[in-house]
Each structure stands twice: as C-alpha cells, then as structure tokens.
Design a binder for this molecule. Structure first.
Ligand code: PRP
Ligand code: ADE
Length: 183
C-alpha cells in the first residue's frame, strides 16, 4: 500500500483558482491513481474502526455524512466499508422533501447546505467527511445540520487540512486530517 507521502506528492496546487489569491489544492489526481485512492480509503476506514468507533455508545458508526460535492466521492465507499448509512449534505435547492438548512462562509464565498429531515435519527452516531478543510465554514454548517436532527457527530474526517486557516477550531468534535498543509 502507498503511504501518506505518496498521496501528498500527488496533490496539485492551482494558483488564483477559483479567485485571485486562492491557491486551490486539487485532490482529483489522487482519485485518478487507483493505488492512491485505495490507500486513502483504507487509511480513513482503519482510522475510524480503530479510533472513532470506540467513542460510540452504540459500538458502531450509524451514519457517514458526505459534503457536496467532493465529499460524495469518498463518503459512500467509507459508509459501505463501515456498514453505515450514507447521508448527503447538499447545496441548497437540490434535495426533495422536508429539509433543514444552514448558511455559511467558506474560503472563497458564501453558500447554503441542506439535509433531508428524516435522514438522521435522534441519537445516531455520525462521522462527517469532506475532501478538504479550509476555513471550516462548510464542515461547521454540516455539523449544525447533524445537531438540528439530533445526531451526534463523533469526528470530522478530511484528506487535506489547510492548517494556517485554523478551520478545525470552529468544529464541535475532534477532526482527523490525513495530510496537513502548512502554507
Ligand atoms: O473549509 P471551507 O472554507 O468551508 O472550504 C472547504 C470546502 O470548499 C470546497 O468545496 P466547494 O464549496 O468549493 O464545493 P464543491 O465541492 O462543490 O466544489 C471543499 O470541497 C470543501 O467542501
Ligand atoms: N484552497 C482550497 N483548495 C481546494 N478546495 C478548497 N476549498 C476551500 N478552499 C480550498
């Protein structure tokens, strides 16, 4: 299996995308490389089963919440391997039926997230997954939605953390990031 350094080397930085002054870190090269993709999924599942499940009173993770859009590429695979439900948190206006919503600021703009009201039951244990945490606005909004439905977020998982933006300080549960980027 490849190691974390192998993954780090495959991240590609795009200056001034999507706005001037933002250095956009692209995770898609990792997904193009089956060895890297398998490593990152196996690593995150191992982390959850060996560290996070022990914090759950039910002895399992009930729900994996994935964030629109790149969290959708990771969440369902991890949910299947954990035997958990997958629940999407989507940008506003995309989900049918009753929803709860939260508006948030992210590194390059404002957005709103929604989740279906019946997607998480009171007391269910949750891990939230996304590709990257920058300012933490997106993950914080997702955590608020889980809380509104009565779910218990045990951990936030990311492939990449932009440490200098201090996004994890906004979150109400521990975080785990495979790759920390310092500048
Ligand atoms: O920590 P933050 O400052 O909130 O930024 C992180 C979020 O920004 C990116 O998504 P984006 O909203 O660009 O959406 P996309 O996945 O649909 O491209 C990224 O995938 C995270 O979800
Ligand atoms: N710098 C960045 N690179 C990739 N995705 C992001 N989402 C928010 N900031 C980002």
């Amino acid at each position: 299996m490849a190691d974390i350094e192998y993954l780090r080397k495959r991240l590609v930085a795009h200056p001034d995308f999507p706005k001037k002054g933002i250095s956009f870190l692209d995770i898609f090269p990792l997904l193009r490389d089956p060895q890297a993709f398998e490593t990152l999924i196996t690593h995150l599942v191992h982390h959850v089963t060996s560290n996070t499940v022990g914090k759950s009173t039910s002895g399992k993770i009930d729900v994996v919440v994935g964030l629109d859009a790149r969290g959708f590429l990771l969440g369902p695979i991890i949910a299947l391997r954990l035997g958990a439900a997958f629940v999407p948190v989507r940008k506003r206006g995309k989900l049918p039926g009753a929803c709860v919503s939260a508006t948030y600021e992210k590194e390059y703009g404002t957005d709103s997230f929604e989740v279906q009201s019946d997607a998480i039951q009171k007391g269910q244990t949750v891990v939230v997954i996304d590709d990257l945490i920058a300012t933490g606005g997106s993950a914080k909004a997702a955590g608020e939605l889980v809380q509104k439905l009565g779910g218990v977020t045990l951990e936030y998982l990311f492939i990449v953390e932009l440490v200098f933006l201090k996004g994890t300080a906004k979150l109400d549960a521990p975080t785990y990031s495979m790759i920390k980027v310092d500048e």
